[in-house]
Design a protein around this ligand. Structure first.
Ligand SMILES: NC(=O)c1ccc[n+]([C@@H]2O[C@H](COP(=O)([O-])OP(=O)(O)OC[C@H]3O[C@@H](n4cnc5c(N)ncnc54)[C@H](O)[C@@H]3O)[C@@H](O)[C@H]2O)c1
Length: 306
């Protein structure tokens, strides 16, 4: 297949690029490098330095005749979305709509959208959340993902574009940006490797569902080659507290430091876990990476990135 991967120089996108290339697909990466890195895109992929909001990208569609779009480019910071919801909506809603319009115009068959589980379900009523859990985002970032999800069935019904939303939980693994605010695993790894104490917001008993990027890639390869459409959770269903996460990583660092607790962040979700059973039932996808092993691989990756 000829596939466009937006955000393919970023953390998750670049791993998907690697996997699609390994499977023999032709891959074109479109990324403005606002957080992604050129060196994360393998040589076998065609790299285009460009912005999803730029009208000039139509030329790429005209030339390439893509079979599928895997859309991972986004403004990913919840804090930034609160501070600047207009910019968040421009990138995440309008940027996605422009790609959907181009997909229809140039007869792309399949559109895969990187959505979110945690930020979409908001303060969960049931654990782990299944896909029919009420979607009640508490941030503009979650709202922008919800807005795009709401457009997908319209494009599918009206234009026959097969659309899929992958609702990720907290993805972790090599290449995650440790300088941002989102990747707590990457942040703790870096803090420990600098000899600092991991800094935890609040009491640390807030929970997250940590899914390895290798499992996320498997979901993306399985869904690319299927004819399924709709929304799918991509998570483990397991809650891990931030304290437990810090404990495992401190063990890997072998330093015996104690985490430092800072005041809690306003509006932070207390618990989050999503159920991947729908994707398991449909395609046999399961999260296979044990958390401890995934954390070890991630810790080792950052050890060589100092
Ligand atoms: N990391 C997670 O835990 C997680 C959880 C849920 C959803 N997601 C979603 O997965 C996707 C990838 O996230 P990530 O963690 O790999 O983040 P990332 O920041 O590493 O990747 C995003 C990529 O998009 C690029 N980009 C941003 N704006 C762009 C624009 N206007 N035009 C072109 N390129 C642009 C960036 O340079 C970057 O390479 C995002 O859509 C994000 O919302 C991530």
């Amino acid at each position: 297949m000829n596939i466009l991967i937006t955000g393919g120089a970023g953390f998750i996108g670049s791993h998907i690029v690697d996997a699609y290339i390994r499977q023999g697909h032709r891959v074109v990466v479109l990324d403005n490098l606002s957080s992604g890195k050129r060196k994360q895109v393998p040589e076998q992929a065609v790299f285009i330095h460009g912005d999803i909001l730029d009208g000039k990208i139509e030329e790429i569609f005209e030339r390439e005749k893509f079979n599928a779009i895997n859309h991972h480019a986004a403004q990913i910071s919840v804090t930034h979305s609160v501070d600047n919801p207009v910019h968040d909506a421009e990138v995440n809603i309008l940027g996605s709509l422009k790609l959907l319009q181009l997909a229809v115009k140039y007869r792309v068959k399949r559109f895969m959208f990187a959505s979110t589980g945690g930020a979409l379900y908001g303060d969960q009523e049931t654990f782990p959340a299944t896909e029919d859990h009420p979607r009640q985002p508490t941030s503009p970032y979650g709202l922008s993902k919800l807005a795009v999800e709401n457009y997908l069935p319209y494009y599918q019904k009206t234009f026959g574009l097969a659309t899929v939303a992958l609702r990720y939980s907290n993805v972790y693994g090599p290449r995650q940006d440790p300088h941002g605010e989102a990747g707590v695993v990457a942040i703790f790894c870096k803090q420990l490797q600098r000899g600092e104490r991991p800094r935890i917001f609040g009491d640390g008993e807030q929970t997250r569902d940590f899914v390895s990027v290798t499992d996320v890639v498997q979901a993306n390869t399985a869904l690319l080659s299927s004819d399924l459409s709709g929304a799918f959770n991509v998570g483990t269903g397991r809650e891990t507290s931030v304290n437990d996460l810090a404990r495992v990583l401190i063990g890997l660092a072998g330093t015996g430091v104690r985490p430092e607790h800072l005041s809690s962040r306003l509006g932070e979700q207390r618990r989050s876990a999503i159920d991947g059973g729908k994707l398991a039932g449909a395609l046999g996808w399961r999260p296979r990476m044990p958390l401890e092993q995934g954390l070890l691989e991630t810790y080792d990756f950052f050890r060589y990135q100092l």
